[in-house]
Ligand binder design. Structure first.
Ligand code: SAM
Length: 224
């Protein structure tokens, strides 16, 4: 009974690790947030494996089915759409349920790899001996206090944003952090990968002059 938590690429398929491939080959089945995404990976590797859909809307029965497979001694790999399962995605839900059910009897083994937050932090040039990761800003209620928390943090802060809200978020962030330096990474590891540096208004201007399409990581430099 082993549950492998397998990181997959955040854009560039070459970032899939050899251990991830080995793991996919040895497990009995792969639990996927979106089976189509995982199928693409398996097709590129030219092998087949049972894929089981498992996501944030999976119902109690699905959880029980997966726990039963583990109880029967099967080894499973869990992947989410991109990056490291559990980092701002539904990956952690299954780990929590499995640990609750089996405690120390279950081996949960990480197969590390890409993570958008870590990739962005690594090119930020900001101190990363300490940082605060805050996931996605809330869409509606709680945005003001979310950004106030960012502004109040002395250390480097990292969070995620989508194309739909990137300009709105940079605007609201700018109001509270003023001229604090930002690094905004767009489409990491993909064709249109771009890193923008400057204040919130600098980055907003650059994005408007290039493109706001894609996925974003925002890093806020530490307080001076
Ligand atoms: N578990 C993933 C990880 O390890 O990074 C994150 C999953 S979260 C649902 C998806 C968000 O991560 C995107 O909306 C974006 O903010 C960020 N992200 C994922 N891939 C990215 C990429 N290639 N470039 C920039 N940001 C990315």
């Amino acid at each position: 009974m082993i549950l492998y938590i397998v990181a997959t690429p955040i854009g560039n398929l070459s970032d899939l690790t050899s251990r991830a491939i080995e793991t996919f080959k040895t497990v009995d089945a792969i639990l996927c947030e979106d089976t189509r995404m995982t199928l693409k990976i398996l097709n590129s590797l030219d092998f087949k494996k049972p894929l089981i859909s498992f996501h944030q809307h999976s119902d109690e029965r699905k959880f029980q089915d997966v726990l039963k497979m583990l109880r029967e001694g099967q080894s499973l790999a869990l992947v989410t759409d991109a990056g490291t399962p559990g980092i701002s995605d539904p990956g952690g839900l299954l780990v929590a349920a499995a640990v609750k059910e089996f405690g120390n009897k279950l081996e949960v083994i990480p197969i590390p790899g890409a993570c958008a937050a870590i990739a962005a932090l690594s090119v930020s040039g900001f101190p990363t001996d300490k940082f605060l990761f805050l996931g996605f800003p809330p869409h509606k209620k709680g945005r003001k206090s979310y950004f106030e928390r960012v502004a109040a943090t002395e250390e480097t802060v990292c969070f995620y944003e989508s194309t739909h809200r990137i300009l709105k978020t940079l605007g609201e962030l700018g109001v509270v952090v003023g001229d604090r330096q930002l690094v905004v990474c767009r489409e990491l590891t993909k064709i249109h990968e771009t890193t923008y540096r400057g204040t919130s208004s600098d980055v907003t201007e650059s994005l408007k002059n290039s493109s706001i399409k894609g996925e974003f990581v925002i890093i806020v430099g530490p307080k001076k």
